[in-house]
Design a protein around this ligand. Structure first.
Ligand code: S3P
Length: 180
């Protein structure tokens, strides 16, 4: 394993805890927390639902790639990404260049329960969000695995404990890297 930079990237499906684990992890590592969805929102000057509605998903994906590319100069960051970041090959390449990539997973039931608490996600605003979650998980699973240096299931573990596990793995990976 070798990393171009000391950043930790969190990838994974919606509702796997990337943002809440990411904030805790950043505190533990004394890294800065960045969220690609927030970078996109700030650049676009509107929220994600509005971007999808006015400009469509393809435009959102372009903004998302630009947001990830804009972070290429950063180091010592925890970067939480949107659930669809792994869809593009360019993004998967950028993730590898940016640092240590951790994939958060959760069971389909836990994901559905978590995303049901928040109605902001445009891809789940349809008649059968449960089936959508199931289909998208099947479509994306291999891509998350391909992108990740480490995968952790967050279904049954507190976010703080997940952050602790990532911090210890990342410290090990970064110190190993420093010896090369
Ligand atoms: C998306 C996930 C969302 C957001 C957008 C699209 C996806 O981010 O980027 O709604 O394609 O899975 P979260 O994973 O943070 O919810």
């Amino acid at each position: 394993m070798s990393f171009a930079r000391e950043n930790i990237l969190l990838v994974g499906f919606m509702g796997t805890g990337k943002s809440s684990v990411g904030r805790r992890l950043a505190r533990k590592m004394d890294f800065q927390f960045v969220d690609t969805d927030r970078v996109v929102i700030e650049e676009a000057g509107m929220d994600i639902a509005a971007i999808f509605e006015r400009h469509g998903e393809a435009h959102f994906r372009e903004l998302e790639t630009a947001a990830l590319a804009s972070l290429a100069v950063r180091k010592l960051c925890v970067i939480a990404t949107g659930g669809g970041i792994v869809l593009s090959e360019r993004n998967r390449e950028l993730l590898r260049e940016l640092g240590f990539v951790v994939c958060l997973t959760a069971s389909e039931e836990v994901i559905f329960e978590r995303v049901s608490r928040n109605s902001q996600r445009p891809l789940l605003q349809n008649e059968n969000p449960r089936e959508t979650v199931s289909r998208m998980l099947t479509e994306r699973r291999a891509l998350y695995e391909e992108a990740a240096n480490l995968t952790l299931d967050t279904s049954l573990i507190e976010h703080d404990e997940v952050a602790e596990k990532i911090a210890s793995e990342a410290r090990r990976a970064f110190s190993w890297q420093a010896q090369l």
